[in-house]
Write a protein that binds this ligand. Structure first.
Ligand code: NZQ
Ligand code: ZN
Length: 394
């Protein structure tokens, strides 16, 4: 096992009506003037934004609002937010939404706290931020884990590049309010895409080619089983509080570092492959991951079939014989069958993309940063490997 650091400073408030404590939490963390940042229309339509603004008024907090964040959040909105925060002297950002809103908030926070840098340079790794405006979260979709993570992902609509925007502890939210009831209004496709993303945050850390810790493996396997079980319940019962709650907490735990303790950081090839799809074709992140994962798994499993066999046995109860490869393949198939059972795609075609050879080549070229980097650690993948995986996923 590898040495590790586990740092999870975000205060979590979990349960019914917890969003009504937003004002008091903001005051606790010293907020004076708050930017309430949100997405398209869902939080307005549900009345959540009204509830929050009333709550902040009651607490005597000043606030301004900025909506319009779209999935795969855009750099132009980030720039608009930075300008607004500077003009209005905002000292705290309250993200009301999912990964896209939280990530947009983090990037705005970086921009405001580092006025001498261009925020996109943080995504291109040309500069490193030295601070971030404090951020609080009211989560409305369980998926990205951004409410406890140190990362954010932004899309530059001009270059069609989707890139991680600095990975630092500065942007970790001070608090995150997780009220499972706020996720009842999610369309089924978003709920299930979120479940895939949660699984993937665990699997990216699980499929590593080193000796891992039994306790981390057990936590990860239990988390995956819990998500699979409850994702199926939510197909029929979107208002099932306990299923929503299990998924919501799993979402945060799967991306706050817990499932990576001792695994050396994880693989992340599928996320890199998916981010290109998101940047170029604006696909839903979790669905994009589902479309890619099976092809990635079949491409790499022979490096360590025993690891995949452990996954098959401990997550899907598939008996492990002496042939690890057979068990490994049965586990990959079981996960794909799960994706199908929750109406998630298992190919690019099912994701709605019918790509030409040239388009696939272009994706691999972009994902490899023009053939200058490799991705993945379970098996290191160069541009040609990436192209083969996209082709297998077609
Ligand atoms: O914009 P609105 O109208 O709010 O609609 C949203 C959006 O269309 C809708 N939605 C959210 N809550 C809802 C709701 N609709 C009805 N009722 C509700 N309660 O859901 C749609 C998707 O929202 P989004 O925020 O995009 O979803 P998600 O949380 O999956 O975030 C995806 C983004 O997070 C990034 C992804 O790449 C993607 O850009 N990620 C961020 C990570 C991080 N910062 O640590 C890690 C992840 O791996 C991921 O890459
Ligand atoms: Zn993800």
């Amino acid at each position: 096992m590898r040495n590790f650091e586990y740092y999870t400073p975000t205060q979590i408030l979990f349960g019914k009506d917890t969003h009504l404590q937003a004002g008091s939490l903001l005051k606790k963390y010293g907020a004076k003037k708050v930017l309430i940042h949100y997405g398209g229309q869902s939080a307005v339509r549900s009345g959540l934004i009204d509830e929050i603004t009333s709550n902040l008024k009651e607490e005597g907090l000043e606030y301004i609002t900025l909506g319009g964040v779209i999935p795969n959040p855009l750099l132009s909105k980030v720039r608009e937010g930075i300008e607004l925060c500077q003009k209005e002297h905002v000292d705290f950002i309250l993200a009301v939404g999912g990964g896209s809103v939280i990530d947009s908030s983090k990037a705005i926070g970086y921009g405001v706290a580092n006025p001498n840098n261009d925020v996109w340079d943080f995504c291109l790794k040309k500069a490193v931020p030295t601070g971030c405006l404090p951020i609080g979260v009211i989560l409305t979709i369980a998926a990205s884990g951004s409410e406890m993570s140190s990362s954010s992902v932004i899309t530059n609509e001009e270059t069609k590049e989707k890139r991680g925007c600095a990975k630092t502890d500065y942007c970790r939210p001070k608090f995150a309010i997780l009220n499972p009831r706020l996720t009842y209004t999610l369309p089924q496709y978003q709920t299930e895409s979120g479940c895939v993303d949660i699984l993937m945050h665990t699997m990216e850390r699980y499929f590593v080619n080193i000796e891992t810790m039994e306790i981390t493996d057990s936590i990860s396997e239990a988390l995956m089983q819990t998500v699979i079980y409850n994702a199926r319940i939510l197909m029929k019962e979107p208002d099932n509080y306990s299923a929503r709650a299990e998924i919501m907490w799993a979402g945060s735990l799967s991306h706050n570092g817990l499932t990576g303790c001792g695994t050396g950081g994880g693989d992340w090839a599928c996320h890199q492959l998916e981010h290109e799809l998101g940047g170029v074709y604006n696909v839903t992140h979790g669905a994009g991951l589902a479309a890619i994962w099976g092809s990635w798994a079949r491409y790499v499993y022979e490096v360590n079939p025993e690891r995949f066999a452990q996954f098959a046995t401990n997550v899907f109860d598939i008996p492990c014989g002496t042939d690890y490869k057979e068990t490994a393949l049965a586990g990959i198939e079981a996960m794909e069958n799960f994706f199908r059972s929750v109406k998630m795609p298992t190919s690019l075609h099912e994701l709605g993309l019918d790509l030409t050879d040239q388009q696939i080549h272009d994706l691999a070229f972009k994902c490899s940063f023009e053939d200058t980097r490799t991705i993945g650690v379970f098996k290191q993948l160069n541009m040609r490997d990436m192209e083969k995986i996209y082709l297998m996923a077609r």
